[in-house]
Design a protein around this ligand. Structure first.
Ligand SMILES: Cc1cc2nc3c(=O)[nH]c(=O)nc-3n(C[C@H](O)[C@H](O)[C@H](O)COP(=O)(O)O)c2cc1C
Length: 196
């Protein structure tokens, strides 16, 4: 049995990244455990024109998907004894980044992320805010020094992505590589030597 990947969804802009990431993991038959903050649910509705509950109802039809409520501190992912393959926070709000950088774990998402750090498992964050002030940057530096991978949803301009879908696909593939779920990016996303 392959260990599950935890997907934490916070209330930053970019709900589509979480949706595509969960789809990509389930397509690979990787077990997924999702936890969404209350703000994430609001942003999901606003940006994707569907409720988070409707999306999870679709995923729950598959055997590899599980979810827990944000206040459910009895969920297995709240304990380091429960084995996981790591966690992605997608998108990561500056609020949750700040909490995590300071070891604050008032909800299941932050507790699961803190556990992932203390157990030295892969943790990738897809932070979304612009511009960034010094506290945002310092918090991300703290997390990077703790071993988290900071993966801003930056467009790969050199690949000439045509649209937001292309950028989202790229960021999702990057997250899969960061977690070790994929060995490398698909060939069409790799920067290659050109004929000169
Ligand atoms: C539509 C919308 C978009 C938002 N976008 C961002 C964002 O891009 N980055 C961010 O850090 N916060 C953003 N916020 C604010 C967060 O949702 C807010 O700080 C919230 O307290 C985060 O809580 P959480 O970390 O528990 O999800 C947004 C809020 C709304 C309603």
């Amino acid at each position: 049995m392959v260990n599950p990947v935890i997907v934490g969804i916070t209330g930053a802009s970019g709900a589509v990244i979480a949706r595509e990431l969960i789809d990509a993991l389930l397509e690979r038959e990787r077990p997924v455990i999702a936890v969404a903050s209350n703000a994430a649910r609001m942003v999901w509705q606003e940006e994707l024109d569907e409720s988070y509950n409707r999306a999870t109802a679709r995923w729950l039809e598959q055997p590899h998907f599980r979810q827990y409520g944000i206040s459910d501190l009895f969920a297995p992912v709240a304990s380091g004894t429960f084995p996981t393959a790591g966690m992605v926070i997608a998108p990561a709000s500056m609020n949750s980044v700040a909490s995590l950088a300071h070891g604050l774990t008032p909800n299941l998402l932050l507790r699961a992320a803190d556990v992932t750090l203390k157990e030295r498992r892969p943790l990738a964050l897809i932070p979304r805010e612009t511009p960034l002030h010094a506290v945002h940057l310092e918090n991300m530096l703290t997390l990077s020094r703790l071993g988290a991978i900071i993966l801003p949803p930056e467009p790969p301009f050199y690949l000439k992505p045509l649209d937001i879908d292309g950028v989202v696909r790229f960021v999702v593939q990057r997250a899969l590589v960061a977690l070790g779920v994929a060995d490398q990016l698909p060939e069409d996303m790799q920067y290659r030597d050109r004929e000169r």
